[in-house]
Write a protein that binds this ligand. Structure first.
Ligand SMILES: [Cu+2]
Length: 534
């Protein structure tokens, strides 16, 4: 769906339904019945989105599988009486709201607010109304529900969609004139949970369950995955991974925008011709073109594989296979740590070269004007006003009982580790608009976590002790796991950007493995207005 005359007007309904195998599917549909439409906007556009909640409680275990029971958050007086969806009413498995992942828009109700906004079945359509900032980097963003405690199940069921801020060819001239396509990779519960691994796979250690109840990382790259994957809703299920099909003109260059909308699955994408990894010409991460220091946007960053944590996006130029050859889009195994899920090697799609392949629906413009130079200094050149340390950790709810539930924490160093409390009005962090801060985020657990913060992008400065020199910003970053053998915990150091006035307000940061977020791995931050602006 494309904006018209500066306005994108869209009516979405979120529905769920139960499959014969008992699994519950979720989907957004627009007025014409299209599923989870790609929303295409330009900087400066107004988005008016009406969201109708038609969810029904189909999954009895959504109530029991969570450690968080339905809560009344910030139950301000009258919230229940008038049913104001902005007032922090009930958050239950059938409540919903929307998060616009990556956009720098205000954390206020009707824009991008998830701590108090909760829309119930039977409520009239709820209006989201916000403007895409003039300086929003062009690239791939996305929308999904964000009801704390109940975010994993809808995401596994398919409740997610892409939002594209148009104009990437202005930042990356290398992408001009290219046909482009959007791939959304989602995970879901296994379609064939009891099947033995394919006979073509090497024999791997006995199947084990990790502490979250998913297939545990066995360190081999093979065996049963924790979740099945789908690509644009085409499932590629274990054990044989029958790939989807992508048709391209022989040797054609295309821009691929890939979103990892998985609830818990890490991706490590590669394109193989005859088993040989092909260069993927990376142009953007998390919606931000890699253009700092490259104002004309001629350069690309060739990679043979791209790690994509849950929530993250990659945009890259692919060259299709020559006539007579077939390519394969795969995700290679990710070592999620001894406590992590099994993310084995698997195919996603075959790439078929055909002279009659239909052209993608969207094509980038030619002869693009370069983007105006940024109005703010490059984040790497701004001195932080302070350094904060945060850490991911996990703990058994009953310390001596290994069968008890795991509690997940994301703690500001010095504060008491605890699961995120939706009923608390006290933010974990207070920052000031107009400043930047450095955050060191440690992982004290034995599995990967993906750090994500709403409302802003950050610059990755250090990864696992090594300085990195990135010319783009991220909104989601993987944090390496602790193997128990190093003196220091593994960490990342990021520079948080609170300069934009749209970051004023209270919002959240959390692990984007949603079963970790749901079970407590989240914190809140309040950004106060800069005194000069008052
Ligand atoms: Cu996590």
């Amino acid at each position: 769906m494309r904006s018209k005359d500066g306005v994108l007007s869209v009516d979405l309904t979120i529905r769920n339904s139960q499959e014969p195998d008992g699994s519950v599917r979720y989907c957004y549909t627009d007025a014409e019945g299209h599923e989870s439409p790609n929303l295409r906007v330009s900087p400066g556009d107004l988005v008016i989105l009406h969201l109708k909640n038609e969810l029904t409680n189909l999954s009895p275990d959504t109530l029991t599988s969570q450690t968080v029971s339905p809560v009344h958050v910030h139950a301000h007086e009258g919230a229940e009486k008038n049913g104001d969806p902005c007032a922090g009413g009930t958050m239950s498995p059938v409540s919903t709201n929307l998060h616009f992942h990556g956009l720098t828009i205000p954390p206020v109700c009707h824009q991008d607010e998830v701590l108090r906004t909760s829309i119930q079945p039977g409520d009239p359509p709820f209006e989201y109304r916000f403007r895409i900032p003039d300086d929003e980097p062009p690239g791939l963003y996305w929308y999904h529900p964000h009801i704390h405690g109940y975010s994993k199940v809808p995401l596994l069921g398919g409740a997610s969609g892409a939002l594209i801020v148009e104009g990437i060819e202005h930042a990356k001239r290398a992408a001009a004139r290219l046909p482009e396509r959007v791939f959304i990779i989602r995970d879901q519960d296994l379609l064939n949970p009891n099947a033995p691994p394919s006979k073509s796979e090497p024999v791997v250690p006995k199947f084990l369950i990790d502490r979250d109840g998913d297939a545990a990382n066995n360190g081999t790259g093979f065996g049963k995955p924790a979740k099945d994957l789908s690509i644009n809703y085409v499932p590629v299920p274990y054990p044989d991974y029958p790939p989807a099909t992508i048709q391209m003109r022989p040797g054609e260059r295309q821009l691929w925008r890939v979103l990892n909308a998985s609830a818990i699955t890490y991706l490590n994408l590669a394109v193989l011709f005859n088993r040989v990894p092909q260069p993927l010409e990376l142009v953007a991460m998390d919606g931000v073109p890699m253009s700092h220091g490259d104002p004309t946007g001629e350069s690309v960053d060739p990679q043979t594989h791209l790690g994509v944590p849950p929530g993250a996006r990659v945009e890259f130029i692919v060259t299709g296979p020559p006539m007579g050859q077939t390519g394969l889009l795969v995700t290679r195994t990710v070592d999620t740590g001894p406590g992590g899920e099994n993310d084995p090697n698997r195919a996603l799609a075959t790439i078929v070269a055909s002279p009659t392949a239909p052209e993608p629906l969207s094509k980038l413009r030619g002869a693009p004007e370069p983007l105006p130079p940024p109005s703010k200094a490059w984040l790497g050149d701004v001195a932080p006003v302070r350094v904060r340390r945060l850490y991911f950790s996990e703990k058994l709810a009953v310390p001596n009982d290994p069968t008890s539930a795991i509690e997940f924490y994301l703690t500001v160093d010095g504060q008491e580790p605890k699961m995120f409390d939706m009923s608390s009005d006290l933010p974990n962090i207070v920052a000031q608009q107009g400043t930047v801060e450095d955050w060191i985020i440690e992982n004290r657990s034995n599995e990967l976590h993906a750090f994500h913060i709403h409302q802003l992008h950050f610059l990755l400065l250090n990864y696992d002790g090594q300085p990195v020199n990135e010319n783009f910003l991220r909104d989601t970053v993987n944090v390496p796991y602790y193997n128990g053998r190093t003196l220091a915990y593994p960490s990342v150091r990021v520079r948080m950007d609170f300069r934009d006035p749209n970051t004023v307000g209270t919002f959240v940061y959390h692990c984007h493995l949603l079963e970790h977020e749901d079970k407590g791995m989240m914190g809140s931050i309040r950004v106060d207005p800069s005194p000069q602006r008052n």
